[in-house]
Structures are given as C-alpha cells and as structure tokens.
Design a protein around this ligand. Sequence first.
Ligand SMILES: Nc1ncnc2c1ncn2[C@@H]1O[C@H](COP(=O)(O)OP(=O)(O)O)[C@@H](O)[C@H]1O
Ligand SMILES: [Mg+2]
Length: 306
Amino acid sequence: MLQTSQGQSGSAHVVVLGNEKGGSGKSTTALHIAVALLKAGQRVATIDLDSRQQSFTHYINNRSAWARRTGLHLELPTHYCIKLGQTLQIDENEKAEFQQFMEAVCSVEHAFDFIVVDTPGNDSYLMRLAHSMADTLVTPINDSFLDFDVLGTVDPATYAVTGESHYAEMVRDVRRKRRQVDGAMTDWIVVRNRLSMLGSRNKQLVADGLKELSLRLGFRAIDGFAERVVYREFFPRGLTALDDIDEATLGTRPNLGHVTAREEVTSLLRQLKLPLDERGRRRAANRAEWFAQVDKPLELHDIISA
Ligand SMILES: Nc1ncnc2c1ncn2[C@@H]1O[C@H](COP(=O)(O)OP(=O)(O)O)[C@@H](O)[C@H]1O
Ligand SMILES: [Mg+2]
C-alpha cells in the first residue's frame, strides 16, 4: 500500500497536477516543479498520465536532447509514461493502465523524495486515482471565468459564486476518501496561471471569486506565472525558468522575461510549501560546491583530506 502522507520516512511525497481542462498550464508547471525539486537536491520521479498528448514526456525528452546537443548538464527526473490500453474492452484497458501506474509508483516510492504526476484534462479512472494519491494537488487555471468554471459557477449579474463544478466535487470526494483511508490531508493549491501583466476588472473579479471558493472548497489560491513568451519558448528545448540564464543554455539571448520568470517560479515553489528535506538540501549544496571546484586544480590538502 502506498504511504504518501507528509513526514513518513522512506515514502515519496506525491505532487499531482490536475485540472479537467486542457491548456491551463499543467505540463508546464509540472516540469518547473520537478526541475526545481531536482535543483534543490531532491530525488524526483515523474509520471505522465496524459498518454494521448504526452506533453510532459515530450518536454522531458526535449530536455534530454538539448543537454546532449549543448553538452550542458541539465537535471533529469526518472520518468514514466503510462501507455493507454489498446483493447476494445474498457475494463481491460483500465486494468492495464492501473497496473502500469502502480508498478511505476511502487518502483519509485521508497527510493525517491518526490513523485510529480501530470494528468490529462479529462475525467478518467486513472486521473481520479492519481488525485486520490496526492499529498499536494496543484490546479493551474487560466485567469478567466471560462477557466474558473472548472471550479465553480458565478452569477452573471453580480459575479458572486453560485455553485461548485464537477471537478471541484470530484476533488472533494477523493480528498474525503483519502482521509478515511489513511488520515492524510491533501494540500490543494489553485494557481492562477498566464496572469495578465495589466490590472483589470476581470482579474480582480476572478481573484474575488477564487477567494470565496477557496473557503468553500478548502484550497489555497496563489498567483503563479504571468503570460510570457519565454514559457512557450522553453518547451522545444525542455528548459525551465530555473535553468542558467545564459546564451549557451537558452540557445538565445537572455532577456528580462527570463529573469522575471525565474522570480515567479521561485515564488511559486516557496508558496507550495513542499517538504524539502535537509538531506536533499545538503546534496544540492555539495553538488554546487563540486561544480564550482571542477575547473580549479586540486590542491594538496584536498587530496590528503579526501
Ligand atoms: N505562463 C504562461 N505564459 C505563456 N504561455 C504559457 C504559460 N503557461 C503555459 N503556457 C502555454 O500554454 C499552452 C498550454 O500549456 P500546458 O502546460 O501544455 O497546459 P496543460 O498541460 O494544462 O494542457 C502551452 O502552449 C504552453 O507553452
Ligand atoms: Mg498537459
């Protein structure tokens, strides 16, 4: 049985990216979270459940290819992509998908600190299963009422929240079940993505609506990434805003967008409050020190004390 609750030694903390809607930034955010954790020295496995689009898998493959091409060191997670069942029987397919998912989870849960799971933008058995395993559920939403609709409905005249949507009810349901099974609380965070850099009435109304819903549904609403071209340009090279901001890494001239995006991602990670352990932080510090030393000639006392 998977033990996922925070603080249990020897079991990975599961971060799930979920939203019943495509194009909200799940795969982009998933890679940013995975790379941020790797850079913090954590051992990270990643699972792509969106077997139709496989954006997360392609993003990671692109990263690996870019590292080979440039000869640079880019951190990579241990990745699994779950293949869709191919038979005509739905139950057979679900069984095969479940089997692959559990095998992936079981092979990494004790050897890794984090498992980052990207899910498809539609309700399915596997998507629900992933949600029920989440220690941290991150739901990116685009900053418009069209995307807000995945969580709740609003009155057309006053914009007051009038109800909860299908996805919100599904999350409530899996959180309740999870709590009954092992007493664990899922930390649910709704992240506003692709924020307009201009203040607008719509932006404020969405923020107000989210605040109201967050109390009703029990999530934390936080601001994520602004709408920036750099996020779209990262994908073909598998890069993130956390990678080095220089021409060799980016393959293009760095600009202010890269610097600001990095600040946004760092701020998002801080707000997610993921349980980074001391061991991981030490690993990251040692590695940084090692990289800093690589170019320098060894001194005698280094060799003697080694
Ligand atoms: N903050 C952002 N600014 C600009 N483009 C973004 C941002 N976040 C995501 N995108 C783009 O939006 C599209 C959908 O993002 P993606 O991460 O694939 O969403 P999902 O996995 O929810 O379908 C992609 O083209 C991606 O590059
Ligand atoms: Mg996706």
